[in-house]
Each structure stands twice: as C-alpha cells, then as structure tokens.
Design a protein around this ligand. Structure first.
Ligand code: 10G
Ligand code: SF4
Length: 322
C-alpha cells in the first residue's frame, strides 16, 4: 500500500496511560538489585503483570518464582512484586534469613495498614476486590484467616450479613472499576450507614486517571485498543470502561502482533491507551502498526497530569544516586 492509497485514521492517544509510579518503582528495584548484587535476583510473582517487562528483566538475570520454596539458600536477594504479599511471606523470608526487597506499591501498603487499624479497633472488615488476584491475597493475608470478607459484586454486598453492623469497615483493591466499586459501596452504605470508609479512596490515582481518560474518548472513536496483559486487573478494567461507554470495539492486546485487523474493518478513528504495567514502547509499536496500514493523524488527549513518584527502599537509594 502506498501512502496515497492508505485510508485515513484518527488516533486519539489517551493520557495518562501506561506506567504508574508503583510500577516504575518496582521495576527500578529489580534493576538496581541486579546492578548492586548481581544475578540472580529472585522475584516472587511477576514484578508487574506484563510479559515484555518480565522477559526483559529475565534477560538481565532476574529469576521469577511463585513461592519462596522455589528459591535456594544462595544469599541472593528476593524481590516481592508490586501487588503486595501476605504477612506470611516476609515472615518466611526472615525465618530463612533471606535478604528481601519489598516492591509492594506504597498505595497498596496503605490499604494493608488500613486493614490492620480496623482490625485493632475490632471492626469487621470487608474487602471489595477480585478473588484470586495477588493484591487481594496479599491484603487478606495481612490479618488472621477469617478476619476479612471478600465482596466481588453488588449481589455479594446485598447478601452479606455482618456480625455487628455498627462495627464494620470496608477497604478495596486499588485497580478496580470506579463505577462498579461505587455501586457496591452504595449498597453497603445504604444497608449499614455506620460503615467506616477509607479516608481517601483506596482505588489509586493511576487507576482513576486512566479510566477517566478512556471515558473521555470512548464515545468518540470507532474502536479502543488497550495495551496490557490479560492477567492485569487495571488493564482489563480499561477495556471494560470503553465497552460500557458504548465504544463498538474494545480490545485488550499485549502487543501490536496481537491485533486482529478483521475486527477493525472500516474504522476511521481509534483510541489507544495502556494499562499501568504496559511500557510505552509497546504503545509506539501499536501506533507504528496502524501507520503501516493507514494514513494516521495522532492527537494526544490529556486528561490529567501525573507527577507522583515513590522513594526507593533504603538499601537501593545509593545505587540509584550513582
Ligand atoms: O492491575 P493489576 O493489579 O493486575 O497489576 P499490574 O501489574 O497489571 O499493574 C500495576 C498494578 C499493581 C502493581 C497493583 S496495585
Ligand atoms: Fe500503585 Fe496504583 Fe500503580 Fe497499583 S496501580 S502500583 S496502587 S500506583
């Protein structure tokens, strides 16, 4: 196809998109640990839910495991993923005298602390989140088994019976759908008016900004492409948001080679965004793939500015400065 024969296509590029401050910090922790301590650096669970990131770190000497039992006693560091871990994980690491670096996002740790405070104040805790997700496993694992009840849906909130509605609190996963969570919270506050809510939303700034950016353009485009992994909760939510806003085609892809072009037949405009764990290079790859087939005009739609950055663990601050 020559430039002159390519059909026109408007690309609306969402901003903010891609890496959040917690992901950026977590990846830096693995990279700096490799630099300071050499390979192997063990990482418990995918540091963030992105194959490109994981493969890149593996090439540099990171070894990914699901459990500490898979790690030999060789004195090399182990990094806990950004999603957070149950309390038993650092406890086990300490008992084996392992050297660990915790890449849990500070905004996830904040939710862990809220849970602990509620528990201390003898409140019954409900966690709004998705069963089986590592963040949910990590948050529930901050407290003794049975202290936290997981609610996934409005139906769960309607069916829930607390021990004492006067001593109840809720917390949430950080990457949920803003709208679904609001609906669940509405049911809980209607049924249990004394329920204690987080001081400041548990759904984080990055999740909120990325969903709002998608909402802003989803009604204006013929299709939405979300770059992100199928096991990435926040990326899945972005795809859903576009679909619910009425975007005719909303697709989650890991990278450009996943695009099913037959689903994009006849489109004249497309929105592009990326989940919090998807690197910008994969977004560029997607734009290049469109540019190979269409005469593209790219417009940036900036919905919020993000300036937040988190401190690195003490052990790595010096290496970062070098
Ligand atoms: O969206 P989830 O939680 O599945 O994780 P991710 O690795 O795709 O993105 C970064 C978000 C976290 C580390 C969870 S707070
Ligand atoms: Fe932290 Fe939010 Fe990023 Fe999760 S999505 S790592 S909570 S900033």
């Amino acid at each position: 196809m020559t430039e002159a024969t390519k059909p026109p296509l408007d690309i609306l590029l969402c901003a903010p998109r891609g890496f959040c401050a917690g992901v950026d910090r977590a990846i830096q922790i693995v990279e700096l640990a490799l630099k300071k301590f050499g390979a192997p650096v063990y990482v418990r669970h995918e540091i963030v839910h992105n194959r490109y990131v994981v493969d890149g770190l593996r090439d540099k000497g990171a070894v990914f495991v699901e459990e500490l039992t898979e790690i030999p006693d060789d004195g090399q560091p182990v990094v806990f993923s950004a999603h957070g871990v149950p309390k038993s994980v650092p406890e086990n690491a300490r008992s084996r005298q392992m050297f660990f670096l915790d890449a849990t996002c500070p905004l996830v740790s904040k939710v862990h602390k809220e849970a602990q405070i509620h528990f201390k104040r003898e409140r019954e805790i409900v966690l709004i989140g998705h069963a089986g997700h590592p963040e949910v496993i990590g948050t529930m694992g901050q407290l003794p088994e049975g202290s936290v009840t997981l609610l996934e849906t409005v139906e769960d909130a309607l069916a829930f019976t607390p021990k004492d509605p006067e001593r109840l609190a809720f917390i949430t996963q950080t990457t949920l759908s803003i709208d679904d969570t609001a609906a669940i919270v509405r049911v809980l506050t209607e049924r249990f008016p004394s329920i204690t809510a987080p001081h400041k939303e548990d759904i984080c700034y990055a999740t909120t900004n990325r969903q709002e950016a998608v909402k802003r353009i989803a009604g204006q485009v013929d299709a939405m492409i979300v770059v992100g992994a199928p096991n990435s909760s926040n990326s899945q939510r972005l795809r859903e948001v576009a679909e619910r806003e009425g975007c005719p085609v909303s697709i989650l892809i890991q990278r450009a080679s996943d695009i099913d072009w037959s689903r994009l037949d006849g489109i004249r405009s497309v929105g592009v965004t990326a989940g919090a764990s998807a690197p910008e290079i994969l977004v560029e790859e997607v734009i290049d793939a469109f540019a190979a087939r269409y005469a593209v005009k790219v417009e940036l739609v900036q919905n919020a500015e993000e300036t937040i950055a988190f401190n690195l663990p003490r052990e790595l601050r010096l290496s970062a400065a070098e």
